[in-house]
Design a protein around this ligand. Sequence first.
Ligand SMILES: NC(=O)c1ccc[n+]([C@@H]2O[C@H](COP(=O)([O-])OP(=O)(O)OC[C@H]3O[C@@H](n4cnc5c(N)ncnc54)[C@H](O)[C@@H]3O)[C@@H](O)[C@H]2O)c1
Length: 318
Amino acid sequence: MSTLITGCAGGIGLTLTQKLLEKGEKVIGVDSFITGSESNMHSVFAHPNFTLISMRIEEAELTETLKDETLKIIYHLACPTGVENLSLIPEEMITSLTLGTMNILRIATDHKCPILLASSSEVYGDPQEHPQKESYPGHVLTTSVRAPYQEGKRMTETIGAMFYRKYGTQVKIARIFNCYGPNYSEKDIRVVPKFIKLALNNEPLPIHRDGETRRAFIFIDDLLEGFKAILEKGEMAEPYNVGCPDAVPIEALAKLIIQLTGSKSQIISAPPPEDEPRFRVPDVDKLKGLGWSMQWTLAEGLEKTIAFFKEYISQRDS
Ligand SMILES: NC(=O)c1ccc[n+]([C@@H]2O[C@H](COP(=O)([O-])OP(=O)(O)OC[C@H]3O[C@@H](n4cnc5c(N)ncnc54)[C@H](O)[C@@H]3O)[C@@H](O)[C@H]2O)c1
């Protein structure tokens, strides 16, 4: 029996792959490497219990490739991410989140195995209510630059709920709020890996507006515990927020990363991307009701993440 992980080269997918392999489980990873890096995967490539399928999740061929496998569970994580990619590869985001998700849900239905869908806090758009409860329907513009990702994630949930109602597919939904940790690709342009890489090079850290934009950051280990709680005890086709209930200003994040890396970087001001929401923070009572709680502070999680990038850069440059 194997676990299927789509988006296995991504920050979340690779960490999950490593942890399952350490536990002696078999993992089949699917990735097209559109935003993830093959070079990031050296820690799992040679593992006898790991199989890589280099393919887009939209491909019909994936069903055929997997037909003789016995799948225990599917973690559906594949999707192009990153704010800058909203204008570079929006079409790929839409097709991954709609056609790709349908393809993977059909595979879960055929194999009669549970599937965890990685949704996002972006389903709330620029929220008018704080903190966001799962019952808050969101505040999203259908035609905005962010819509391919935001509406795509909303569609992922819609398609998942439809598969549960129509085919009885065992669908679980995690709405992720800003996860960070080791294993993020060198190409990653999200705020935590971007700030760490800039700080390690003593380059300026750009913050938008007055730095008061706030985000809630969750360390990968706490996120994966959230996935486990949702899979074991969560309701079918019901979204669960997975995030840190305390948001930090981006300027405070930048200062903490400069301090923890011992960097000489300066903080500079930069124009915000279009439609950037000022503030998002999850209400996590629903997840806590499943027995979950956060274990990692931001400083502890950042220290582990910084150690990963230092090691990665020194190996790459040696
Ligand atoms: N990390 C976060 O803060 C966060 C927040 C909200 C939601 N999420 C969601 O969680 C999931 C995993 O996030 P991550 O941070 O690991 O992202 P990531 O970008 O690091 O990894 C995603 C992986 O999916 C692959 N991929 C993209 N489109 C594909 C396709 N069509 N076919 C095959 N592979 C494809 C990429 O190459 C990449 O390796 C994503 O769906 C993301 O939207 C993450």
